[in-house]
Design a protein around this ligand. Structure first.
Ligand code: ZN
Length: 102
């Protein structure tokens, strides 16, 4: 049945369009913060709480890394100008709830 639909779609330009549209929608969904497999960049240090602020480079969600080591805290000084990757996802405190970035 899938094969028949695929062949049919060759002759019906509109279903090509909608297929492209669906593929586009899926790629948009991939950047939804709820489904995104985040890749974090350190973007700042939060002085008041001594946490690192990280941002996902794919969906732009923000989160924080509590309790950075002295070295980690020291190296975030230039993060605002030069964000750098944060690999340890287990330490990310992901705090985006619903569609609101807190
Ligand atoms: Zn993300």
């Amino acid at each position: 049945m899938k094969k028949v639909l695929a062949i049919l779609s060759l002759y019906v330009p509109q279903s090509w369009l909608s297929t492209t549209y669906i593929v586009e929608r899926i790629s948009i969904l991939a950047d939804d913060p709820h489904t995104c497999e985040h890749e974090w960049d350190v973007v700042a240090g939060i002085l008041s709480t001594m946490e690192l602020q990280v941002q996902c480079r794919k969906c732009a969600a923000y989160s924080e890394v509590p309790n950075p080591s002295k070295e980690e805290w020291g190296s975030c000084a230039g993060a605002m100008e030069n964000p750098y990757p944060w690999e340890d996802k287990s330490r990310i405190r992901y705090y985006q709830i619903d569609d609101t970035i807190h």
